[in-house]
Design a protein around this ligand. Structure first.
Ligand code: IMP
Ligand code: MG
Length: 202
């Protein structure tokens, strides 16, 4: 695996310190949102018992490492409801459009009163996040925010509204820290690019 790496774009120490910052922002915003909803008279994110509560929606499979590191920095009541979307099938390195895989998606019929945060690995064309946000919005959450580990510096991604971005990266194909090429490389601890011959030869 190591020999396939071209360069490291985001080293592990940067990921760890940025996750600390993101978690702080998410908690601060959730506090504000819960106060706003409560003062409006509605239920506060399922937090009727007093504490803050959030519903995280990780998008499979690329967000799993990011989410597992992020949730351990969010010491609040939390439900996790996964969504599955197909967009980069197999060995492709370009999006083929996004569709929600109903069989693997675990979202309740109603999200009324819930503060929902959808989490993806990377914002590229925006198709994946658009499909997920559309489905979630129909279920009437009290608030709906989105968070990505990476955003590619290309117009479609930069103009797509997203609430939290850990890192902006150049418009290159990356793997590691959950991101894959043909389902490999997700377990690399850093975000890297692959040597051109590795991507070309499969
Ligand atoms: P979008 O739908 O084009 O925004 O792409 C989002 C999805 O495509 C992500 O959830 C990833 O699974 C995949 N993807 C986009 N860019 C990359 C990349 O550079 N490496 C690996 N997967 C990617
Ligand atoms: Mg993928």
């Amino acid at each position: 695996m190591e020999q396939d790496i071209e360069k490291v774009l985001v080293p592990r120490q940067h990921i760890a310190s940025r996750l600390d910052e993101l978690a702080e922002m998410i908690i601060a915003d959730l506090n504000r949102e819960a106060a706003r909803v409560t003062s409006g008279g509605a239920a506060s994110g399922g937090a009727a018992s007093g504490g803050l509560e959030i519903t995280l929606v990780p998008i499979l499979t690329g967000s799993i490492i990011f989410v597992s590191d992020l949730i351990r920095r969010l010491p609040i009541r939390m439900q996790i409801r996964v969504m599955s979307v197909t967009s980069y099938p197999g060995k492709s390195t370009a999006s083929r459009g996004a569709s929600v895989e109903a069989a693997l998606t675990r979202i309740p019929e109603s999200l009324a009163g819930r503060h929902v945060l959808v989490i993806d690995d990377i914002l590229d064309s925006g198709n994946t996040l658009r499909a997920c946000l559309g489905l979630l919005r129909e279920r009437n959450p009290a608030s709906l925010k989105s968070c990505v580990l990476l955003r590619k510096q290309r117009p479609e991604a930069m103009s797509f509204p997203v609430d939290y971005v850990a890192f902006d990266i150049p418009d290159e194909f990356v793997v590691g820290y959950g991101l894959d090429f043909d389902d490999y490389y997700r377990n690399l601890p850093e975000i890297v690019t692959l040597k051109p011959d590795v991507v070309a030869k499969v």
